[in-house]
Design a protein around this ligand. Structure first.
Ligand code: NDP
Length: 598
């Protein structure tokens, strides 16, 4: 079979993937992107909330939480449940919600089923309206969590932390902010999330465009008309709109732009993989059969299947579990057929075959939906599904059947330059009224923040992690007493459902703080030995198949990943579910092994 035929496999497919990857490799790799400065500095500002003057706070709190997204909210909720009332959230945005506060682009929606993606559904007595819900409903859920657990009380919004410093003379954290606050906190929880700031494509001339330009993370409804609840963008009907980027964000907003723009020009460097979404409204029937404790059952079921584990049924039934189940079932068959086979080899074969099958289905789906043959060819992704963020959508590919939607496929080269009147690509100029930048975000899997944290003896977290992240459970750090991190690295590492990591970790954090307060201790900190043992226990993975993937933020844009980075993202050897169970048992034992309470 030739590689241009519809369903190539094995070596031919690998060769095609390599060719497509090589087209996209750039010397500047991750450096190609720009921070928003100059004309774009406003991208770091908040267009949604007017900043009111207020007096700086210099008082004392029991717990300060940096970040009011789902990480900070989960921690706040668990602390309140544990009876700790004095909790203050500090958040740069004007409200809770994190990415769901900032991202209001049309079509924004969760890609993981709402029944598992939205945390604390039972605790807030809420049911999602559909299998996947829109951003405004997700933001409303964040607000509901804050209201249910009184987390608005004392919260400092529109406030950016500038420094967190441990003061050994009083055993408290001093948190300084851009509003002049100097809050003293006995305990400090950091839930700063993996995606902080929008980034810009490093395209020559980007500053020169005289038309309108904005990033998806700050959608300008004043210009487009419409709103995030889905009202049509009625001011675009006579506009020539260009969008740069075809990642997960663009996939969600392009169908809306296609419906309303005079003409829409989509500048594509690499197509996303678009699997079936099959969204549907949820009804009473979906909820009536649920018993108390259902969300934990669903969360464990989803995470088990994601970790290659066994479960009687697939409760979530979506694109994430579909590929996981295919791999798992192939492993079973292969082991039955060849009982002596090496598990690593079996896993690799099963993964490879399942992925080839899935990607061939995804490419065939493009043919079955997109009517123009050339456009359909350009929309086919030639890489493994997990090389880039998998997308699921039932209107994206259809948008290219709209005669006003023009796909400008740059065959991996990207946009050449921007000038006063539009975009140059493939040697042609496209005159535009408006350019939408769907160019993504700075991504940090390991905790990172735009402020410095100083622990004992004024050592900074950056210095402490000079050789890579070191932690106990991804949560506590030796030398940084009473500090807790909510993240994925060196802990649950469950990428397909990020909020699940937060809810599990939050339970452990609340238990440690409660234990400290109940026993009258002032500080808690992991011992150096416990931290070292934990890190040694983790499995440092090489980049595996990602090393040969088409470039993107999953693989450092195709460039080498340092040992430091590999070490930092080391994971629990038995997977996410095993980690969550381990952490629960660690808490329930009441021993908190490895933590010293003083
Ligand atoms: P991405 O970083 O995934 O995408 C950026 C896009 O910009 C890519 O298509 C990239 O192309 C393109 N690009 C960059 N430079 C150029 C250039 N010079 N010319 C042409 N194209 C260019 O950002 P997103 O905002 O789409 O998504 C970021 C992440 O946010 C997702 O991976 C996901 O984790 C999260 N997200 C989650 C959602 C959800 O859960 N519902 C929804 C949306 C986002 P290339 O691929 O070639 O690099």
């Amino acid at each position: 079979m030739s590689i241009t035929e519809e369903n190539p496999s094995g070596e031919e497919l690998r060769e095609r993937y390599k060719i497509e990857r090589n087209k996209r490799l750039r010397n500047d790799g991750p450096e190609q992107y720009l921070e928003p400065t100059g004309r774009f500095a406003h991208l770091l500002e908040d267009p949604y909330t007017k900043i009111e003057d207020r007096e700086p706070r210099k008082d004392e709190v029991t717990v300060a939480i940096i970040g009011g997204g789902f990480a900070g909210l989960c921690a706040g909720a668990r602390l309140k449940e544990a009876g700790i009332k004095d909790v203050t959230i500090i958040e740069g945005g004007g409200d809770v919600g994190g990415v769901w506060y900032w991202n209001r682009y049309p079509g924004a929606m969760c890609d993981t089923a709402a029944m598992v993606y939205l945390p604390l559904l039972e605790e807030t007595n809420n049911f999602p309206s559909a299998k996947y819900v829109y951003g405004h409903e997700i933001h409303a859920h964040a607000q509901r969590i804050a209201e249910t657990f009184d987390l608005y009380e004392g919260a400092l919004f529109s406030t950016t932390v500038q420094e967190a410093r441990w003061d050994e003379t009083i055993n408290k954290w001093i948190v300084k902010t851009d509003r002049g606050d100097e809050l003293k906190a006995q305990f400090l929880v950091m839930g700063t999330g993996p995606m902080h700031n929008p980034k810009l494509p490093g395209i020559s001339g980007i500053e020169d465009f005289n038309g309108h330009m904005f990033h998806t993370a700050r959608w300008d409804y004043d210009y487009t008309g419409g709103d995030r609840t889905g009202s049509p963008m009625d001011r675009l009907s006579d506009k020539r709109v260009g969008i740069i980027g075809t990642g997960a964000t663009a996939v969600q907003c392009i169908p809306h732009l296609a419906k309303t723009s005079g003409d829409l020009y989509v500048f594509q460097r690499t197509p996303s993989s678009i699997d079936v979404r099959n969204n549907r409204s949820l009804t009473d029937e979906d909820f009536n059969s649920l018993q108390t404790g259902w969300q934990k059952e669903w969360l464990d079921n989803f995470a088990t299947l994601q970790s290659g584990g066994f479960a009687d049924k697939d409760l979530v039934k979506d694109g994430w579990t579909d590929i996981a189940i295919r791999i798992r079932d192939r492993i079973i068959t292969k082991i039955q057929d060849n009982p002596g086979a090496e598990l690593d080899d079996v896993w690799m074969e099963a993964f490879s075959e399942s992925d080839d099958e899935k990607m061939n289905e995804i490419r065939s789906r493009v043919n079955s939906i997109v009517t123009d043959g050339t456009v359909a060819e350009s929309l086919k992704p030639w890489y493994r599904q997990l090389c880039k963020r998998p997308c699921f959508h039932d209107e994206y590919l259809q948008a290219y059947n709209n005669p006003k939607t023009h796909l400008i496929d740059t065959d991996g080269r990207g946009v050449e330059r921007i000038d006063e009147t539009g975009i140059w690509a493939n040697g042609e100029h496209y005159e535009l009224d408006c350019i939408v930048l769907a160019s993504g975000f700075e991504v940090h899997i390991v905790h990172s923040a735009h402020y410095e944290t100083y622990g004992k003896e004024a050592e900074s977290l950056n210095e402490h992690w000079d050789g890579g992240m070191k932690s106990l459970h991804g949560i506590n750090i030796h030398g940084f007493p009473n500090l807790f991190i909510l993240g994925l690295a060196q802990g649950g590492s469950l990428v397909a459902n990020v909020t699940h990591n937060f809810s599990e970790t939050s339970t452990a954090i609340a238990a440690m703080i409660s234990n400290c307060l109940e026993t009258g201790c002032e500080t808690l900190e992991p011992t150096a030995e416990a931290e070292t043992n934990w890190v040694e226990r983790l499995q440092i993975q090489d980049r595996g198949f990602l090393a040969n993937c088409t470039p993107g933020y999953y693989n450092n844009e195709g460039h080498e990943t340092t040992d430091r980075d590999l070490f930092s993202t080391a994971r629990f050897p038995d997977g996410s579910v095993a980690f969550f169970n381990y952490l629960t048992n660690w808490v329930n034992s009441g021993e908190y092994e490895g933590i010293s309470f003083n």
